[in-house]
Design a protein around this ligand. Structure first.
Ligand code: MOS
Length: 697
């Protein structure tokens, strides 16, 4: 059994410990790291999507005053491992996607490096590229597994027979767009070699995972690589694994011995080199009786990966867990295209994967004339449909009910298009959310010095609040006020910690800190001596053998659609979450609000447009890749159910970084349907998809 902490500091609305430094501009980010005589590098990027570099002329770049080195595939040093093709930087002539690195210029200033990169002449032998995802492709394949290690396909019962026998069915195809993460701080690295040892100040979601990847590429013992990252200006998954620019910067630094080299990707470069969310094509079929009890769910997904490296988003996995239906089938098929490597983006899998089924559930509710909340409640499973295990806690129904109450759902006219206020059609929509509650291996050390407890762990704070909540957790485990505790993070010199990903950071690092604090108390008692110190760790949670662990949520959206222009507004977004005990309401609310805001952005604005002729994202900046801004947001509210999950970790928490985004886009589409009667199954929901059918003034 998990021994839960008595919450004293946990649950308090404490201010961010890093807040003042960030507001004052004194928090140092990767690119700003003060180093002596920094050099700067700028990449040369492929201007074709597939083919080979045949010739590179670096003469003009090398002649430029201030240029220190120019590296190409012909001159860059050979890496020890090219197993990860994304990180095999400048190791071959092959071009696998437009924007790939084909060179780098190192110079005294970033401006000179950029100018030098412009002067590098690259000739190619171009091959026909293929960047178009379609469910009709004859080369779709089933990956061996989907991320991180789920079965690619599952089948329980006979879904097709159950669908054929069902009195009511929904059979539709839904699509989600390609999306780019776009954290405010670009991907940035400062690299410095000292002989055969490398120090990287890198904007990353995990210093230890970054070290592991980079040391493998360069063939170094891990102790020879140090990664430091106290602050991150957002990542949303795109900094969860090191991308090619980290290796490029380290290669560049190797070419100028004794000098540190800096690189910050430009916003445009981030659209080729920092990962993205694959577009998805999702076929969903629901079969139900007239009371709305599901007999069958099928969820068949087509999505893309890159030709050089497989990334298999686990889009349909949600349909294995969310509703009770005896007959279930899920499949994933990939197209390997001449495109950049897809990667993690906030709730990879669950976020696009819940759009299709949650719109389908709304379609089923409309078909049956059953309230969409009631339909979901009728399909609430007693145990996890996939594993048969009990849920560690599952309060989705309470989220739906409390959300309905707070949002003012009662008395809603179910007929679409029934409510008009002036020139605006008004509708409301709801969707469920689910996200796994995970925990990973981490270690920590705690030392008592000068009357304070100092813990160290290689955790990361993406802006999420780790600097603040880890001392709260450690304090409760030690039984002291949180003011007496410091927790130092963001450095591989600290004990090994897992990535800030999968909403598992606080759960993983908190578990390690609690184990270490308890060991400290066991060994040194309540009155330790100065210098008393102990190591501790926490591994895989043994309770996963008996329990299925997920956070849940319900999002509610009010949409307003202008009868003439089709302009769509979402003045109200409200979510209620079952995420276990909330460690700090201030930072948690910010996570939930951020997740829902990002979901609204995905629903209404974001859309990476890949030009099939050239193979690049044409709207590759924030002027044309629209993310919602303050003016797009009205009243966004996050609420949560009080209480602790007794099985996930000693804090009783479940993870909050991603659940907020999961159902939001479906709730938006459902609200737009309720407002207008137009069912938009293809994200984003934009006015061109409504114009033909609007009534006009
Ligand atoms: Mo999050 S996409 O798991 O970093």
């Amino acid at each position: 059994m998990t021994e839960l902490l008595e919450p004293r500091a946990i649950g308090r609305d404490l201010v961010r410990r890093d807040g003042a430094d960030k507001v004052r501009g004194t928090a140092v980010y990767a690119y700003e790291t003060p180093v002596e005589r920094p050099a700067f590098c700028h990449p040369v990027q492929a201007t074709i999507a597939r083919g080979r570099v045949t010739r590179t002329d670096t003469t003009a770049a090398e002649a430029l005053d201030g240029v220190l080195a120019v590296l190409t595939p012909a001159t860059a040093e050979r890496l020890a491992s090219t197993e990860d093709a994304e990180l095999a930087v400048l190791q071959s002539d092959e071009v696998a996607f437009r924007g790939q690195f084909v060179g780098v210029v190192v110079a005294e200033t970033s401006e000179t490096a950029r100018r030098g990169a412009d002067l590098v002449r690259v000739e190619y032998s171009e091959e026909t590229h293929d960047v178009t995802l379609s469910p009709e492709r004859d080369d779709l394949y089933a990956p061996e597994k989907v991320n991180p290690a789920f079965p690619t396909d599952t089948a329980d019962g006979d879904a097709d027979a159950a669908l054929a026998a069902a009195p009511v069915t929904v059979r539709q195809t839904y699509t989600t767009a390609m999306y780019h993460n776009n954290p405010l701080e670009p991907h940035a690295t400062t690299a410095l070699w000292d002989g055969a040892s490398l120090t990287l100040w890198d904007s990353t979601q995990g210093v230890h995972p970054a070290r592991g990847a980079v040391s493998a590429v360069f063939g170094l013992d891990e102790e020879r690589v140090r990664v430091i990252c106290p602050y991150v200006g957002g990542g949303f998954g795109s900094k969860g694994v090191p991308h090619a620019h980290v290796v490029l910067t380290a290669l560049a630094a190797r070419a100028v011995p004794g000098r540190a080299v800096k690189l910050a990707l430009t916003r445009q470069q981030m659209f080729s080199l920092a990962g993205y969310r694959t577009p998805t094509i999702q076929r969903v079929q629901l079969g139900a009786d007239r009371e709305g009890r599901l007999s069958a769910i099928t969820h068949d997904v087509v999505e893309q990966t890159s030709r050089i490296k497989e990334f298999a988003e686990q889009t349909a996995v949600v349909s294995r867990h969310v509703y009770a239906a005896p007959h279930r089938r899920t499949t994933h098929r990939l197209a390997a295209l001449d495109v950049p490597v897809p990667s993690w983006m906030r709730a990879p899998g669950e976020c696009p994967g819940m759009f299709a089924p949650e719109v389908a559930m709304d379609e089923l509710a409309a078909e049956l004339g059953i309230d969409p909340i009631e339909l979901r409640i009728r399909n609430e499973p007693g145990t996890d449909p996939e594993s048969g295990k009990r849920f560690s806690s599952r309060r989705l129904v309470e989220c739906l009910r409390e959300g309905a109450e707070r949002f003012g759902w009662a008395g809603r006219d179910p007929r679409p298009g029934a409510v008009r206020e002036g020139d605006w059609l008004v509708g409301t929509g709801v969707a469920s959310s689910i996200y796994p509650a995970m925990r990973q291996r981490s270690k920590a050390v705690i030392r008592f010095e000068r009357g304070r407890y100092v813990a160290r762990i290689g955790a990361a704070d993406l802006g999420t609040g780790a600097w603040t909540v880890l001392p709260q957790i450690t304090a409760d485990a030690l039984g002291v006020p949180s003011e007496d505790v410091d927790v130092l993070i963001g450095d591989t010199a600290h004990p090994l910690a897992s990535v800030a990903g999968g909403s598992s950071g606080t759960s993983s690092w908190g578990s390690a800190l609690v184990a270490t604090a308890r060991a400290f108390r066991d060994k040194f008692g309540a009155d330790p001596d100065d210098g008393d110190e102990i190591d501790g760790s926490s591994g895989k949670n043994p309770e996963t053998a008996d329990y299925a662990m997920f956070a849940f949520g319900a999002q509610f959206v009010e949409a307003r659609v202008h009868v003439d222009t089709g302009e769509i507004r979402a003045p109200r977004v409200l979510g209620v979450f079952d995420a276990g005990r909330i460690v700090n309401p201030r930072t948690a609310r910010s996570q939930f609000l951020g997740g829902m805001t990002m979901g609204l952005s995905m629903a209404l604005e974001e859309n990476s447009l890949l030009d099939p002729r050239f193979g690049h994202v044409v709207n590759h900046d924030l002027a044309e890749y629209h993310v919602v801004v303050n003016a797009d947001i009205g009243d966004v509210q996050a609420h949560w159910l009080d209480g602790a999950d007794p099985h996930v970790n000693p804090m009783g928490s479940k993870g909050i970084g991603e659940i907020g985004i999961v159902g939001t886009a479906a709730a938006v589409s459902n609200a737009v349907f309720h407002a207008t009667g137009v069912r938009v199954r293809d994200l984003p929901v934009t006015l061109d998809k409504l114009l033909d059918v609007l009534p006009g003034a």
